[in-house]
Design a protein around this ligand. Structure first.
Ligand code: ADP
Length: 259
């Protein structure tokens, strides 16, 4: 009888374990399906508006044939260019995810000067600034060098600066502060923008997540997720603090030298 009881107990335990595994697998599959649905609706939604804009502009371009209509033609070429850039950026984000997940990223570690990276980020950011926005950034960082993947450091910083611009109104200042100690280099990107609602803060690094107050701006909710993964791959990390309606500070830290 005791043997039999032991046997039934073991059997019950196995059944319980199997049920648990099955439930977990089903949950994981559901999560994956949810992500896929989210991805598809995001792609169609994000692509539809710019594509409609491009289509309208190309149709109008062929209408404005006269010399005197050059201004109108230029305006439509500008619209097409900026929308194609936007779509290209989104595609690059998607491709980065694919690359990061399939482990296809080859970081290239070289020694580089931080001022080069900061200048490049500022140069590109200047084109995105809204009316009256300005960026304060350290100008005497010529002596700061890193041995890291230069392109990834630039991508991470530029993601933070682009967000600061996008999620801040006109006439505001964005500040970049850089510090280096013996081990790490820290970048702070401070804005006086819309901030992140407290209830959304825990999700901000989740893929495709966008806070409620950000939905008026275009975005995919991919940038911060990619930035965090890259920084962690390089031995660094990213944190933030934010008050809704007042602004946000994003802090990324990266080791000076790859280990
Ligand atoms: P995206 O900007 O394309 O939506 P991100 O992954 O870069 O995607 O950011 C995710 C979300 O985090 C944004 O949708 C926004 O809600 C919030 N966010 C990021 N940076 C800021 C910022 N500087 N100020 C306010 N909200 C921000």
């Amino acid at each position: 009888i005791t043997e039999r009881k032991n046997y039934t107990d073991r059997l019950e335990k196995t059944v319980d374990e199997r049920t648990k595994q099955l439930r977990e697998a089903l949950e994981a599959e559901k999560e994956l399906n949810d992500l896929k649905t989210k991805f598809l609706s995001l792609v169609s939604h994000e692509f539809k508006t710019p594509l409609t804009g491009i289509l309208t502009s190309t149709m109008l371009l062929s209408k404005y044939k006269l010399e005197a209509q050059q201004d109108k033609r230029d305006k439509h070429i500008e619209t097409i260019t900026s929308k194609v850039h936007y779509l290209n950026n989104i595609l690059n984000d998607f491709l980065s995810i694919e690359k990061l997940e399939s482990g296809k990223i080859n970081y290239k570690f070289i020694q580089f000067n931080l001022s080069k990276v900061v200048n490049e980020v500022i140069y590109n950011a200047n084109m995105l600034l809204k009316e009256g926005q300005k960026i304060l950034y350290p100008e005497n960082i010529d002596d700061i060098t890193l041995i890291q993947d230069e392109k990834t450091v630039e991508l991470a910083l530029s993601n933070l600066v682009h967000n600061a611009i996008k999620y801040s109104p006109e006439q505001t200042t964005i500040e970049i502060i850089v510090n280096q100690d013996t081990k790490n280099t820290t970048f702070k990107v401070i804005d006086n923008g819309i901030g992140i609602p407290e209830k959304d803060q825990k999700n901000i690094f989740n893929r495709y997540f966008r806070a409620e107050n950000a939905l008026l701006d275009q975005g995919t909710g991919i940038g911060l997720n990619i930035t965090k993964t890259h920084l962690e791959n390089l031995g660094g990390n990213i944190t933030f603090s934010s008050i809704e309606g007042q602004g946000s500070t994003f802090i990324m830290t990266i080791p000076n030298t790859v280990k």
